[in-house]
Each structure stands twice: as structure tokens, then as C-alpha cells.
Design a binder for this molecule. Structure first.
Ligand code: FAD
Length: 437
């Protein structure tokens, strides 16, 4: 069998170019939003941006977006830049733009800015046009998201807020944030995913011991020896950065070997026939598919770099060894009893979907095996139909692709159409409804 290993230089797209931007009005970040809106979106990441853009096309403009950062997509690009990630894992077809409307899609946008692209980036665009797998620069994706934000008036409607509680009633939903309250006809939770914490048995829970941190925290400078725990793309970025800084790296992976794969989910799940495969099976079979296809893997492009470093002894891989405890001074004990220690240990244990449990009463989320109970047609909570989800939380309806940008677009199409349809039947202004509650 011939195995194709793509070239590592695809990973090196430049970051921070000066893209031409549409003008967007500047608003006081600390002002409060209007107390009533037709739709409130909690979370302004790529999923929230997709929902706001789609509602705009449906003619629903009375929308309030609430996000901890107060700026669209900040957590997404913040995490990516912290890891030094220069290209996305998803191809050009995956973007948070709206299908079925005359929007500029990600590939159109990249082609419009041809003169700003490197020869490698231009070749990837030709690959995408020819229907092959292509690698998208983070810089292009960032500029494209900024374009969507400006062209759909999203920045003007985004407010910094930490949402603490979501209270649905029959006619409306009240969103309680740290500084204000907003009541809306419909609420869409686009909460994304939180980092997966280490098991309590590793050090007893809470903040990690000294010398130990998580992948989404800034790393201390210096140190000669770094331990990385985890088997996914995040771990691969951490290893690449540590090697580039001249450190010796110890990599702990529980599985017996690393998995290299183009996308993080089998690409069939991004197509309608793949999603249909998920539709037709029982809950338990869906759980089985999720366990099989939501496993950690690394983009192929990393393989030459990792293999070379291992051959040269700069990288020591501890395959098939699970961590049992972690102690001060980055001392990591493996299940065979061996302890490896370094100047720092970084944990990249994946992420877990936020399904609304911290915001909605548990009986409304009706959690089952870690997933919310959703109406499959509208992605509304079965017991709170005015609240719906877009993003990873829709995983048990849309399959493993729900956590990716392409899955957000599929979910958005359902949610935005359902909300726009219901709003057109509900003519009473939200404040009058609230007065009746
Ligand atoms: C390093 C990295 C690289 C990735 N690369 C890709 C890729 O190439 N392609 C791909 O398809 N997917 C990729 N993903 C998966 C990716 O996370 C999702 O596709 C995308 O970020 C999810 O968008 P989201 O809007 O659902 O979540 P997020 O981007 O996390 O946005 C959720 C937002 O909600 C806010 N929020 C949550 N709770 C509250 C609250 N209570 N109050 C106020 N605000 C709140 C958060 O602060 C955040 O801003 C990557 C993930 C990571 C971590």
C-alpha cells in the first residue's frame, strides 16, 4: 500500500497580515444591551456567528449576542494562537457562512485576496477548486470571520457578559448575566466546549500541582525537559513548539500508537449521507459511533516532524502508558509504576461539550449519557423548546461533525429556520409577553 504523507511546510502559513476590512461601527463594550430582543445568542464563537448571520438573512435583526469576551470568535482564535496553530484542520468547504444566500464563502474570500497569499496557499486553493483536500490558513479564516461579522452587523449586537442562568417560560426566556438581564423570545446556546480536566485521582482535583498546566493556559518560559500528555492535534502543536524551543520532549499517549488523520472526524460524517447514517440508528448505536469516531488524532502533516524528532532522540514517546498520578515538580507516574519528570508538564486531554447544564435547570436539560435531550428537527431542548443549541452540544443529533465548523452550519440552518418560522407566527412584542408571565 502506498501511504501519502503531505508536506509539513503546509503548516507554516503567516499570521497577522493586514487584510482589507469592511468598516463596522464602534460601540462602548461596557454598555448594557437592550433589555428585550427577539433572539438572544449566548456565545459568539464560530457557532454564534453562524446563527447571527443566518438570522440576519431570515430578516431577524433584533438579536443580542452575549459572550464572555465581548468580541466574536475571540476564544477560538485565542486558543489557536496560544498553540501557534497556523492552519485549520478543516478544509475550505467548512465555514460559518450561510448557505443558500448570496454570501461570499470562504473559498471566494480567499480567491478575492489572491495577491496577499503565499505560493503554497495559492496552490491549496487550486486543490480546493479541484475538489481535493486543502489546507486553510488561520489568517484567511480569521479575516473571513471578520468579514462575516461586519457584513451581518454582528459586532454592533455583541455584548461582553458572563451568562449565569437561563430561565425559560412558556412565552419567553430570561437570560441572567453578570451585569444585566435580557429577555428574548428565543435563546440559542452556542457555548462551545470546555477543556477536559484531569481525573481527580491524578492529584485530588482543583488547580494542578506546580510545574503542571493545561493546554489552554500560557506556558512558563524556559525549562529543558517538557512532558506532554494527550494524543490529539493540540498535543502535536505543544510538542512542535517545545522542540522548536530546543526542549527534550516526553510524550505520553494512552493508546498503543498515534493516529494520523486529515480531519478530526471521519469525513463521511460531514456529508448528508454520513449524517443520515447517524439518523437511522438507536441511541446506544449513536453512542457507539461517537466513541469510535470522536477519538483523538493528529493531522498527517505533523508526521515527518514527529518521526524525525523521535529518531534523533529529541522526542521520547511513551506509547500505551496511562498516567496514574501527577505531583509537584511535573512528576508524572505511569501505570507501569515508572515516574517521568520534567521542568514542566502540559495536559492536553481534549474538550467536553457544554450542554447547558450550568445555565438551565437539570430537569430541562434532561441529560442522558452527557448529552441534552433535543428535538431533532429544531435542536430545541425537548423540555424548553424556546432554547436551542448549535455546536458540539448537538452531537447526538448531528453526529461527530457537530463539534466542527461544518456541523455548526448544518445546525444553524435548522435552528435559524425554526426560530424565524415561529417568530413570524408570534406577533406580540417580547416586553408585552413578559408582562403577562
Ligand atoms: C485549538 C483548536 C483548533 C480547532 N480547529 C478546528 C478546525 O480547524 N476546524 C473545525 O471545524 N473545528 C476546529 N476546532 C473545533 C472548534 O472548537 C469549533 O469548531 C469551534 O470553535 C466551535 O465554535 P463554537 O462557537 O461552538 O465554540 P467557541 O469558539 O468555544 O465559542 C463559544 C463561546 O461561548 C462563550 N461562552 C460559553 N459559555 C458562556 C457563558 N456562560 N456566558 C458567556 N459566554 C459564554 C465562550 O467564551 C466562547 O467565546 C478547533 C478547536 C480548538 C480548541
Amino acid at each position: 500500500m502506498i501511504s501519502f504523507v503531505p508536506e509539513p511546510h503546509l503548516l507554516d502559513s503567516p499570521r497577522g497580515r493586514d487584510w482589507p476590512r469592511l468598516r463596522a461601527p464602534v460601540r462602548d463594550q461596557d454598555a448594557a444591551p437592550p433589555p428585550f430582543a427577539e433572539v438572544a445568542i449566548v456565545g459568539a464563537g464560530p457557532a454564534g456567528l453562524a446563527v447571527a448571520s443566518a438570522l440576519w438573512h431570515h430578516g431577524v435583526r433584533d438579536v443580542v449576542l452575549l459572550d464572555r469576551a465581548g468580541e466574536p470568535c475571540q476564544r477560538f482564535f485565542g486558543r489557536i494562537d496560544l498553540l501557534g496553530q497556523r492552519v485549520l484542520r478543516s478544509p475550505y468547504e467548512h465555514h460559518p457562512g450561510v448557505e443558500g444566500y448570496r454570501d461570499c464563502e470562504l473559498l471566494d474570500f480567499a480567491r478575492l485576496h489572491w495577491s496577499r497569499l503565499t505560493p503554497v496557499e495559492r496552490r491549496e486553493i487550486r486543490m480546493a477548486q479541484a475538489g481535493h483536500r486543502s489546507v486553510v490558513p488561520v489568517d484567511v479564516f480569521d479575516a473571513y470571520c471578520a468579514h462575516l461579522v461586519a457584513s451581518h452587523h454582528v459586532a454592533e449586537r455583541t455584548w461582553r457578559a458572563s451568562v449565569r442562568e437561563v430561565r425559560p417560560t412558556t412565552d419567553a426566556v430570561t437570560v441572567l448575566a453578570d451585569r444585566f438581564t435580557v429577555t428574548a423570545r428565543h435563546v440559542v446556546l452556542c457555548l462551545g466546549e470546555e477543556r477536559r480536566p484531569a481525573p481527580e485521582s491524578w492529584w485530588g482535583g482543583g488547580r494542578p500541582p506546580s510545574g503542571v498546566s493545561y493546554w489552554d493556559e500560557p506556558l512558563p518560559r524556559g525549562g529543558q525537559r517538557q512532558i506532554v500528555v494527550g494524543a490529539g492535534l493540540t498535543a502535536a502543536h505543544l510538542i512542535g513548539n517545545a522542540l522548536a524551543a530546543g526542549r527534550e520532549v516526553h510524550w505520553v499517549i494512552r493508546e498503543t500508537g498515534e493516529r494520523f488523520q486529515c480531519a478530526d472526524v471521519n469525513s463521511t460524517f460531514f456529508r448528508p449521507e454520513g449524517r443520515a447514517r447517524f439518523d437511522r440508528v438507536t441511541w446506544d448505536e449513536r453512542l457507539g459511533l461517537m466513541a469510535r469516531f470522536r477519538r483523538a488524532s493528529i493531522m498527517f502533516e505533523f508526521r515527518p516532524m514527529l518521526e524525525r524528532a523521535e529518531a534523533e532522540g529529541r522526542l521520547v514517546v511513551h506509547r500505551g502508558e496511562a498516567v496514574t498520578t501527577v505531583a509537584d515538580g511535573a512528576a508524572v507516574r505511569l501505570d507501569g509504576g515508572r515516574v517521568i519528570s520534567g521542568d514542566l508538564a502540559v495536559l492536553a486531554l481534549g474538550t467536553a461539550p457544554s450542554i447547558g447544564t450550568r445555565l438551565l435547570p437539570p430537569d430541562l436539560v434532561a441529560e442522558r449519557d452527557g448529552w441534552p435531550s433535543l428535538d431533532e428537527r429544531t435542536l430545541g431542548y425537548e423540555r424548553a423548546p424556546r432554547v436551542s443549541v448549535v455546536g458540539a452540544a448537538a452531537g447526538m443529533v448531528l453526529g461527530p461533525a457537530a463539534r466542527n465548523i461544518d456541523g455548526h452550519r448544518v445546525a444553524t440552518a435548522r435552528v435559524a429556520a425554526a426560530i424565524a418560522g415561529r417568530l413570524s407566527q408570534e406577533s406580540v412584542a417580547p416586553q408585552r409577553v413578559v408582562a403577562r408571565v
